[in-house]
Design a protein around this ligand. Structure first.
Ligand code: SF4
Length: 344
């Protein structure tokens, strides 16, 4: 399972795949067990207002799994935040429930996480494996000095050393997990980042469970957006070619040309720590992404108009929009509002 790959894709997926986006046999949940974070990355867009998931929301997720489980072949959970490892007890609790139901009802349960990696010491990693989290997406912004400039703790202290040592210790564990190191590049840092890929190669290049994804730092609505240089498609391609060349033998992953964001799929939901239902994991402050609420009985009160807007790019075959529907959905919501104002 992938997390927000804004910026890739744009081509029509195969027709069987298009049907899968609406199949009731599979359910993709992005769960935010907390919206708090121990980091304050300079480009972050989150506001950290919401705290840990409350018991009625946890109960609602378990009930949702229960009443969907009869028809499911696959339940995919992506743990997201905030920093999900700050709510490890909630992850363990919901995972235990999902594992139990998957054994009873015979559906496959797969989990992954997007984490900053800071808390992934031996003990927490073991707990994650017990929760069947087998996919890890962990971001680095370069070697220690470069990384610590942008990926800091809330106190301002650097985070590189601890993440790196956690990664080294993960490598010693015999288990079938994968780690995607998401390396963030900018016009300013990419040459230094290229040198860092040599260190990554030396440390993890011999372990096929570890791979690299290069991602441009984007303007995502955070307070420091003005200081981020927007890169053209051509610049991105050129920089990524340069970076991939330096990464050598290390497994590098590109964003597929036929990528469709989970936000555009009918069977994918984001459940926030508040019980709010969203589609996109980035536009968390936008009304058009606030599509409903999960009830403690596991049923969802959804605004069907808002929900349909997110699926429109796939249903209408607008594949460029489908790779990241956020802008087209925002536009549609604005137009609807203007129209309503004119006719009122
Ligand atoms: S719709 Fe949201 S989650 Fe999907 S690619 Fe765009 S910004 Fe990322």
């Amino acid at each position: 399972m992938e997390m927000c790959h804004r910026g890739g894709g744009g081509e029509a997926p195969d027709s069987e795949l298009q049907l899968e986006y609406f199949s009731s046999n599979s359910l993709h949940l992005v769960l935010l067990p907390t919206e708090q974070c121990n980091f304050r990355c300079t480009y972050c867009y989150e506001t950290f207002e919401n705290k840990k998931m409350a018991p009625p929301v946890v109960a609602g997720i378990k009930a949702l799994i229960d009443h969907r489980s009869a028809e499911l072949d696959l339940l995919e959970v992506g743990w997201f935040g905030g920093e999900p490892m700050l709510a490890m007890d909630i992850i363990a609790d919901i995972s235990r429930h999902a594992i139990l139901r998957s054994a009873e009802r015979g559906f496959r349960f797969a989990a992954s996480t997007t984490t900053n990696g800071y808390f992934l010491d031996a003990e927490t990693f073991q707990r994650c494996l017990e929760s069947r989290i087998l996919g890890y997406q962990i971001s680095l912004d370069g070697a220690e000095e470069l990384h610590d400039k942008s990926r800091k703790l809330a106190s301002g202290a650097g985070t590189f050393r601890r993440i790196w040592s956690n990664l080294q210790q993960m490598k010693t564990v015999q288990a079938p997990f994968t780690v995607l190191l998401r390396l963030h590049y900018t016009l300013e840092n990419y040459k230094e980042l290229a040198r860092f890929t040599t260190t990554v190669r030396e440390e993890f290049g011999d372990d096929k469970r570890f791979g690299i994804l290069f991602k441009a730092v984007e303007k995502l609505g955070g307070p420091n957006d003005a200081s981020i240089t927007k890169l053209s498609g051509e610049q991105r391609n050129e920089i990524e070619r340069h970076l991939i060349e330096h990464a050598g033998e290390t497994r590098t992953q590109g964003i597929p040309r036929k990528y469709v964001c989970y936000a555009g799929k009918g069977n994918s939901l984001v459940i926030r720590s508040t019980g709010g239902i969203a589609k996109c994991t980035v536009a968390l402050q936008s009304d058009f992404n606030d599509i409903g609420r999960l009830r403690p009985d596991g049923y969802i009160d959804a605004d069907q108009v808002k929900f349909r807007r997110w699926m429109a790019p796939v249903l209408e075959g607008r594949w460029q929009d489908a790779q990241c529907p956020v802008e087209s959905v925002g536009r549609a919501a604005r137009l609807d509002r203007e129209l309503a104002l004119k006719t009122s």
